[in-house]
Design a protein around this ligand. Sequence first.
Ligand SMILES: O=C(O)CCC(=O)C(=O)O
Ligand SMILES: [Fe+2]
Length: 269
Amino acid sequence: MDSDFNLPRGRVPGTNEAYYIPDFVTQDEEAYLIRRIIEAPRHKWKQLANRRLQTWGGEMTTNNILIPSDMPAWLNQCPDIIARLRKTGAFASSTHGAPNHVILNEYLSGQGIMPHQDGPAYHPVVGTISLGSPAVFHYYEYKQHDPPSADSGMAPVDITASGRTINPVPVLSVLLEPRSLIITTSSLYSHHLHGIEPIDSDVFSSSMPGRAVGQGSTGHHKIANIDLLQGLKEQEVARRGGVLNRRTRYSLTCRDVEKVANTKFLGKR
Ligand SMILES: O=C(O)CCC(=O)C(=O)O
Ligand SMILES: [Fe+2]
């Protein structure tokens, strides 16, 4: 696929800081990418408590400098995902104009990622490509005030390592279809958190059309990109209610690390 992607057309209603592009990769490319991901050498996998990941483009030092290494051909040649991301224009103001670092997360059904921020090492734009499964993705904000008292009856709130409290009701929710790209920019990147609930199916309300049923007592969350969805099943379920089962999902988190070590002098060539 080599069409030009029109970023403004993908703007997610309700924000100026997120863009959703369905079918960013084709079905054939998706199948090929998943095969290459699964076939990656064992040492490329890093096992975390609740998911596995691979890192491509290099390793980060503790002071946020990238020690670069070559991207695999399946990211920058065939298909040339990096060039395709450059063409969206989303990285136009970043140091390298395109991502130089990709984290590949694998989520089995029932796995997710806690609300978190991506940190200051990266230019504040992230392109996330979803493969293999749909999933509802939430953006959260920090609470302005102290945590509610124990008897407030509210849903439990998460407290980050920095001691700040997260409002468990998302500020924005999107349904990420397989093969889609979501781009998160600006303060949605730098001041908000994002996460995916660890569930084996995303449930959509039939009494409140266009809303996903949240976990606990967080309520029903409007799917902000509903008019941008491309899959017939996804459109139908998101609009009328129903269930989208989570299959194994792979996501490519593509970012530009601003500071890159000059490896020419490290005896590389
Ligand atoms: O899998 C996703 O869509 C999100 C991954 C993510 O937030 C991250 O790698 O920092
Ligand atoms: Fe993240």
